[in-house]
Design a protein around this ligand. Structure first.
Ligand code: ADP
Ligand code: MG
Length: 395
């Protein structure tokens, strides 16, 4: 990120620093149910507080209508949790750019923190409205973006405002972008990419982009059946996308041409219903009975995948190998997660909301080199797309 300055080069003392964070946290009974995202922003906030900045935090939460205040989407609980985590007072403004925000920002002393109310209470945020960007910019002397999870959106707080103030990347933003682009630009070889999840159509661009980078491409999850179909297999009632069979065949041809080892399941766990208590049977991947659906990779496949993963110098994983949310279909995802965790010498990067949830479920998060906090944003970056929130920081 040579052309993107970080907060290390910001002389913040006494300055009002307007920081876009991702406090889009789940709430339950008026309190924060999971504070992972708030914790992820702490290094940046603590650094600015320590430097004596006047820290102005802004975020969205959920999907309010955009027509003003809605209690269910207030950031007040997030501000309260932040105060606990920081062990200091945190002010809260009951509006975003209105009189209360202006007064609370004006009242800040060096090292003080205020959280503004939900950006999306104003429809102008998502429209990247120039007037709203200007009203936000009036609350700061410098701008910091630490909200990697929304960097793929061109909104007033992620794009518009960055052009109006000296702009910097926070530590989380910097770490996400440099880790993911570093992996793509100079992967340690062999580079093993593992792709799963539900649909080929969701992931085709990721598959295509990784085909140009990886030495081994492992395919699991619901998407594998469209590939198996392209090979002429009978996939029964498994998740399949008939319109994507041709694209899957093209991907297999491309792998061959590039010398990429494309691995598909050789056996699958099939069920008579999409249910936790379904009857299951392990069958060959090319002969799934008509009335059964594949809901996980089989043990022989899991062993072959684990073997390939053990030989990797770097690993990128997106997408569960099966319906890991149900106990009878979690073994494949668990085996792959354990294999990635066991390869201590490799750089291991996990991206995607459900994949990260699976790794957490198995208690293996600490064994991974890097777990991306940005679902959609990480995937767009891996696909080779420019992220508006990142581009806006370039100098
Ligand atoms: P991520 O969020 O990590 O990018 P996706 O959203 O693409 O992953 O896919 C996750 C979902 O895919 C999970 O909810 C999982 O149950 C589902 N899935 C995995 N394998 C199958 C399968 N064989 N059949 C149907 N759904 C599957
Ligand atoms: Mg998902």
């Amino acid at each position: 990120m040579a052309d993107i300055p970080t907060i290390d080069s910001l002389d913040a003392r006494g300055k009002r620093v307007l920081v876009r964070v991702d406090f889009n946290v789940p709430l339950a009974d008026g309190a924060v149910a999971d504070d992972t995202r708030i914790r992820a922003a702490l290094p940046t906030i603590q650094k600015l507080v320590g430097d004596g900045a006047r820290v102005v935090l802004m975020s969205h939460l959920g999907r309010p209508s955009g027509e003003g205040y809605e209690e269910a989407y207030s950031l007040a609980p997030a501000a309260a949790r932040l105060a606990k985590l920081l062990g200091r007072d945190v002010a809260f403004a009951s509006d975003t750019v209105g009189p209360d925000a202006q007064a609370k920002v004006a009242a800040l002393g060096d090292g003080d923190v205020v959280v503004l109310e939900n950006l999306r209470f104003d429809t102008r945020e998502k429209k990247n409205d120039p007037g709203f960007s200007q009203e936000l910019a009036a609350l700061g002397d410098a701008y910091v973006n630490d909200a990697f999870g929304t960097a793929h959106r061109a909104h007033a707080s992620t794009a518009g405002v960055a052009a109006l103030l000296p702009a910097y990347a926070g530590y989380l933003m910097d770490r996400e972008v440099s880790t993911l682009t570093g992996m793509l630009d100079q992967p340690k070889r062999p580079f093993v990419a593992i792709l799963g999840g539900s649909k080929v159509s969701d992931k085709i661009k990721v598959i295509d982009a990784l085909m140009d980078k990886a030495d081994v491409l492992i395919i699991g999850g619901g998407m594998c059946f469209t590939f198996l179909l392209a090979q002429g297999a009978s996939v029964g009632a498994s998740l399949k996308e008939d319109d994507w069979v041709e694209r899957a065949a093209e991907m297999m041809a491309k792998a061959k041409e590039r010398g990429v080892r494309l691995m598909l399941p050789v056996d699958v766990v099939a069920a008579d219903r999409f249910a936790e208590d379904a009857s299951t049977v392990t069958v060959s991947a090319d002969a799934i009975p008509d009335d059964m659906m594949g809901l996980d990779i089989g043990p022989e496949t899991a062993a072959a995948y684990a073997d390939a993963i053990a030989g990797a110098a770097s690993v990128f994983w997106n997408g569960p190998m099966g319906v890991f949310e149900m106990a009878p279909f979690e073994a494949g995802t668990r085996a792959v997660a354990e294999a990635v965790a066991a390869n201590e010498a490799a750089d291991t990067i996990i991206g995607g909301g459900d994949s990260v949830a699976a790794v957490n479920k198995f208690g293996l998060a600490d064994a991974m080199t890097f777990i991306s906090t940005g679902g959609g944003a990480s995937m767009e970056l891996v696909q080779g797309e420019a992220l508006p929130g990142v581009e806006a920081l370039r100098r």
